[in-house]
Every structure is written in C-alpha cells, then in structure tokens.
Design a protein around this ligand. Structure first.
Ligand code: C2E
Ligand code: CA
Ligand code: CA
Length: 428
C-alpha cells in the first residue's frame, strides 16, 4: 500500500518488504542496510508556514529520496516526518553511508516553493542486517537509536557501531575496481543447471556472473552488478557473457544434446539500440541449431516502456531467442497486458519458492502463476529450490522446470560439464 501524501510505501508495507528481504540475506557476505531519515525540526516548518507547506516538504523529500534509491531498493514513509530506505544487497556500512551522504548533499540545495526558499535538514540513522540485527523491529530500532545518537552528537549521519573489520572495508572504491576487473579479466561465468520437472533430466543452465577480486575474494553479483550498470561497464560485460555462453553451450549440445542457456539482461540494455545486433552477432558466431538462447529480463523492465520493450522482444523472438521473465511476482506489474506479452517463460521468484511447503499463501500464489502461464502457453521455471519436498511439490503443481541448490549450486564451466557427464537422476 502507498502512503497517500508522498506515494511511497506505507509503514505496514515497509515491514512486509523488510521481512521478505531479511529472509533472503542468507549469504553473510551480502547485507541489507536500513536508513531511517528524519526531517530536523519539522514542527518549525509547520509553525512558520502552514500544514500544506509541511506536506509539500514531505513530498519534496520523498521525491529526492526516490532519486537516490537504486531500482532494487525500497522507500517508505514510516512516521509523520520519517522515511525509511531499505538498501538491498550492499557490501558494507561505507556503502550505506555513501547513500546517506548523497541525500544530505542533495538537501544542500534549497527547495523553492511559492517563492519561498526553504532549507531542509535531515538526520539519518543506519544499521545493517545481519550485522546489527536480523529481525525487522530490532533492525528498525537499531537505525532509530543510531539516528538519535547522531542527533545528540550534532551529527547528521549515525551508524550502529561495527567491528573493526567492518570499518576497515568501508573505504573501498568499487567503481574503480570494476573498470580494472574488466580490463584484467577477473570475471568468470558460473552455470546453474535446470531440470525438467517432467523427466527429471537437465535441459539447460543459467549463466551467472562471478567476480573474484584480487584481494577481497568473491564479490556477490548483487553488489557489483548495480554498480556495473551505473558505470556502463555492464554492456561490454554482457556482450562478453553472451559470446562466452553461446560458445560453451554449443560444446555441451554436441556432447549431451540440446541444452538451453539463459543470460540475464539488465533493464537498461533492453532499450539500447544495438542489443539486437550484439545478440544476433553472438548467435551467428557461436550458435547452432541445437542451442537455445534464453534472455532473462526482470519483470519491472516490461513496465517501463511497454510498447518499445515489446517490439524489441518480438525482434529477439524472430531470431529464435526465448524470453523469460525473471523474478516473476515481485514486479507489481499489471496483468492486463499479459495477452500481448512476447515472452516464453515465467521464472517464479525464489521468495515464493523458499518456504513453499510451509506457507499456504505462497502455495496459492505459485499455483496462480502456473495457471496463468498455462493459460498463455508459457513455461514456468521455479528458482531457489533447496529441498526434495519443494521439488516434488512443484512437480505435482505442474511447474515445468526446476532450478536451485537442491539440484546444484552454480559452478564453473568445467565443473558443470563434469556434472552433466555424471548426471544420474536426482537421489535423496
Ligand atoms: P537471479 O537472476 O535471480 O539469479 C538467481 C540467484 O539465486 C543466483 O544468485 C543463484 O546463485 C541464487 N540461487 C539459485 N538457487 C538458489 C537456492 O536454491 N537458494 C538460494 N538461496 N539461492 C539460490 P547470484 O548468482 O548471487 O546472483 C544474484 C543476482 O545477480 C541474480 O539474480 C541476477 O539478478 C544478478 N546476476 C547474476 N549474474 C548476472 C549476470 O551475468 N548479468 C546480470 N545482468 N545480472 C546477473
Ligand atoms: Ca536470473
Ligand atoms: Ca531470479
């Protein structure tokens, strides 16, 4: 639900979103940050002007905060003059602090309203999950305490105290390092197999990018991909992934029969003029009749510029490429355009699959998605399957394809080939 005044999420939805994302902070290298942003001396604005002015200040702030958040983050209004920003998948406290500093910098420009120049100040409290707390209310409390402490010390940013290791890694210039990683080939591609739920046999794999940093080890893609997108490096990286995966998969299909390969395409790239060219060039170079390329695009990319997006996707399909909607169910998109959608597959987001055997509401939702897909002749893939029970349940529900740690974690190309070589039906 939205907050009526500022059109960001309301407090109730904030708690739901936070709970959902806390669950997915499995990997302790990955973190989530909660920023609580509070307007300083807000009652003064209401007193000096009037209440409508106070409202407009809040609307202005909501807009400004919206500009700071990345696509995957969430913004909510959780109190009268209090906002919360959930930063999904960040590396360390320094990262969250950068976001807070950006907010404060933007607030340095006066906000002009009816010829009045207003300077708003804010204080921001930051805490990290799982480092400081791993329950919604506890995490919120940590951020609010950090905010209070900052205000008491006349500072504008407060972070819940962290260990020394945490602080050491705070000043990392990740943007600079990504450029270097592209030059010096620190990236590699891992493959996570997908099985047919009807036959139990491998039908393809998803390509997942890995970055092994010289001194920091593996950096989770959720951390560096948004930065690669922001800096533009994602384009050469994706082009490299397309070429490499097609080359790899043409080897597999020669040995093990037709296997598809899925590549994640970030929203920005869909709209770039030459996406079609670089997909078709890669296919010409490395594709063969038995290779199927699947492009995974996020549900939210469809919402952005629907018509333009449709025509691009249609062109891809005309080249024999399949289109899959990734993280389906999380994009809040409208169902009305479904009949027009040039797609082949729905990939049910792992947040629905995660506790499928225990959560009835999720089971109902997944059933709905499978029904929807059947009605429109689309295949369904369930990702994030971690146990036999979930695998069996999805098979009973009529889902087509399975992917998840239960089958295998993503692995380097040579290990994936060994896996294919030794694959014998899944055992308990
Ligand atoms: P995604 O496309 O939704 O990828 C699925 C993620 O779920 C992968 O994380 C995968 O390792 C993980 N996963 C698979 N099975 C399970 C399971 O059973 N349990 C759990 N807990 N997790 C499972 P990964 O590789 O860390 O990638 C995270 C995200 O980063 C991807 O989400 C995708 O959005 C992005 N990403 C990864 N590789 C690429 C890439 O080559 N290009 C682009 N543009 N994005 C990528
Ligand atoms: Ca994906
Ligand atoms: Ca996904």
């Amino acid at each position: 639900m939205e907050d009526k005044l500022t059109q960001v999420y309301d407090r109730e939805t904030f708690f739901k979103l936070l709970a959902r994302h806390i669950i997915s902070v499995h990997d302790h290298k990955v973190k989530l940050a909660l920023l609580v942003i509070d307007v300083d001396r807000f009652d003064r604005i209401n007193k000096l002007y009037d209440y409508p002015m106070g409202d407009r200040v809040l609307q202005h702030l909501a807009k400004l905060l919206h500009g700071v958040k990345r696509d995957q983050d969430y913004l909510a209004r959780i109190g009268d003059n209090r906002f919360a920003l959930i930063l999904i998948n960040i590396m360390n406290a320094g990262h969250a602090k950068l976001a807070a500093e950006k907010i404060l910098r933007l607030l340095e420009t006066p906000f002009v309203i009816d010829k009045n120049k207003l300077l708003i100040e804010a204080t921001i409290g930051i805490s990290l999950c799982p480092l400081h707390a791993s329950k919604t209310t506890a995490l919120l409390k940590e951020s609010e305490i950090a905010l209070k402490t900052a205000r008491k010390n006349k500072q504008h940013i407060g972070i819940t105290e962290s260990s020394i290791e945490e602080q050491l890694s705070d000043n990392w210039d990740i943007e600079l390092d990504i450029g270097d990683a592209v030059q010096t080939q620190q990236f590699s591609i891992y493959y996570q197999p997908k099985l047919s739920l009807q036959t139990g046999k491998p039908i393809g794999a998803e390509a997942l990018l890995r970055w092994k940093h010289r001194s920091r080890g593996f950096i989770p893609p959720d951390v560096f991909i948004p930065i690669a997108e922001k800096t533009g490096y994602i384009k050469p990286i994706t082009s490299w992934i397309l070429n490499s995966t097609l080359r790899h998969s043409s080897t597999w299909t020669k040995k093990w029969g037709p296997l598809s390969v899925s590549v994640n395409i970030p929203p920005e790239l869909i709209f770039q003029l030459d996406l079609k060219d670089f997909v078709s060039n890669a296919i010409k170079l490395w594709g063969n009749d038995h290779v199927t390329l699947i492009l995974e695009i996020l549900e939210r990319s469809l919402v952005e510029d629907t018509e333009k997006c449709f025509s691009i996707l249609k062109e891809m399909q005309a080249m024999g490429v399949k289109i899959s909607i990734d993280d389906f169910g999380t994009g809040y998109s409208s169902l009305s355009y479904f009949k027009l959608l040039p797609i082949n597959e729905l990939k049910i987001d792992q947040s629905f699959v995660f506790d499928l055997t225990k959560d009835k509401a999720n089971r109902n939702l997944v059933r709905l998605m499978i029904d929807l897909a059947n009605n429109f002749d689309l295949k369904t893939v369930a990702e994030g399957i971690e146990d036999r029970e979930t695998y069996n349940l999805l098979s009973d529900m009529g889902c087509n394809t399975a992917q998840g740690y239960y089958i295998s974690k993503p692995m380097p190309q040579n290990e994936f080939e060994l896996w294919l070589e030794n694959f014998d039906m899944l055992s308990d």
